[in-house]
Design a protein around this ligand. Structure first.
Ligand code: TYM
Length: 342
């Protein structure tokens, strides 16, 4: 069976990139796959999080999942720390993954910057926990934005090394010839890397100090309009052919956003707006973004008014995730050679 897993960190400022690159695609995959969508609080604390804010942001990501159309009854929505198997399997993977592999992760290098001595050990081990998230459910497909590609390659390397290192034991335990699948990343569509509205060379990010760099899922119509109107562009009119976007990162980004919001292609957007003024296109983009995001933001706010109901969804999801996770942990203990209660 094909199983989808993906995660979002509860670090605040959920934005249009998270929506178009990830959550919108999570929603679509519900039709064809069994899906688990996880609020990865253990990942969030690899950098400092205020405890009260962490709780609020965990509920906010959950609210966003549901407001965007994820069905927590038909699929599984939960927060990572409620299923202890994530941390358990991550430890095993810390002993499979090599220091060299993790040292090459560009996200670690970016986040650690020059101050390598003073980042948490958890930040270094982050991708190993991410591999555990996915492989705990033996997920076959993982929808993510472009920035997670390298982490998913590492997940395959860990699965592969585990399968090879323990091949004899996997067979001896009657678990076939490869225990973990080599998970496929699903990185597709016109918005796998949404860029900052202020700088077409930087990705849109939760941590950018400028709120004008991103459209937040909770922004109201006025905020969206203001941000799109102020978005950086160049003086040329829009091209008629996609190739004309090549050296124009800001124009390319806005056209990509429009395309993703209407489930179209960049070319279909240029067929409509090519040759015209940017201001005309921006007005249309404001209307479109407000029409698509307005209801999501409003529903998120409504859901956030009842934290108890959100927590109940997470508890129910974790209970159902644990059933799958416990089976994997038992198998992995048998494979690695750990004595356990039968
Ligand atoms: P996070 O919380 O940074 O982002 C959540 C999702 O949003 C995507 N994304 C973007 N897509 C397009 N354009 C952007 N500007 C943009 N910014 C973010 C991310 O690619 C991601 O899909 N490590 C992950 C969380 C994670 C995870 C996992 C994902 C933990 N365990 C297991 C998949 C499977 C992260 O930090 O995502």
């Amino acid at each position: 069976a094909e199983r989808v897993f993906s995660g979002v960190q509860p670090t605040g400022n959920l934005h249009l990139g998270n929506y178009l690159g990830a959550i919108k695609r999570f929603v679509a995959l519900q039709e064809t796959h069994d899906c688990l969508y996880c609020v990865v609080d253990l990942h969030a604390i690899t950098v400092w999080q205020d405890p009260e804010e962490l709780k609020r942001h965990t509920r906010e990501v959950t609210a966003a999942f549901i407001a965007c159309g994820i069905d927590p009854k038909a699929h599984i929505v939960f927060n990572q720390s409620q299923v202890s198997g994530h941390a358990e399997l991550a430890w095993i993977f810390n002993c499979v993954a090599r220091m060299g592999w993790l040292s090459r992760m560009t996200q670690f290098k970016e986040k650690a910057g020059k101050d390598r001595e003073n980042v948490s050990l958890g930040l270094f081990a982050y991708p190993s926990l991410m591999a555990a998230d996915i492989l705990l459910y033996r997920a076959t497909h993982v929808p993510v934005g472009e920035d997670q590609k390298q982490h998913l390659e590492l997940t395959r390397d860990i699965a592969q090394k585990f399968n090879v290192d323990f091949a004899a034991s996997i067979a001896a335990n009657g678990l076939g010839d490869a225990y973990f699948p080599l998970t496929e990343p699903l990185i597709a569509g016109p918005a796998t890397r949404v860029m900052s509205l202020r700088d077409g060379s930087k990705k849109m990010s939760k941590s950018d100090p400028s709120d004008f760099s991103r459209i937040n899922l909770t922004d109201d119509a006025d905020a969206i309009a203001g941000k799109v109107r102020k978005a950086k562009t160049d003086p040329e009119p829009l091209p008629s052919e996609e190739a004309g976007l090549k050296a124009r990162p800001e124009a390319d980004n806005l056209v990509g956003i429009y395309a993703a919001l209407v489930d179209g292609s960049r070319q279909s957007v240029l067929d409509q707006f090519g040759g015209g003024q940017f201001s005309t296109f921006k007005s249309a983009l404001v209307d479109l973004a407000v029409a698509k995001l307005g209801p999501i933001g409003a529903e998120m706010k409504r859901l956030m008014d009842d934290p108890g109901a959100i927590d109940a969804i997470l508890i129910d999801g974790a209970d159902r995730a644990r059933v799958i996770a416990d089976r994997t942990i038992a198998d992995v203990k048998d494979i690695v050679g750990m004595v356990r209660r039968g």
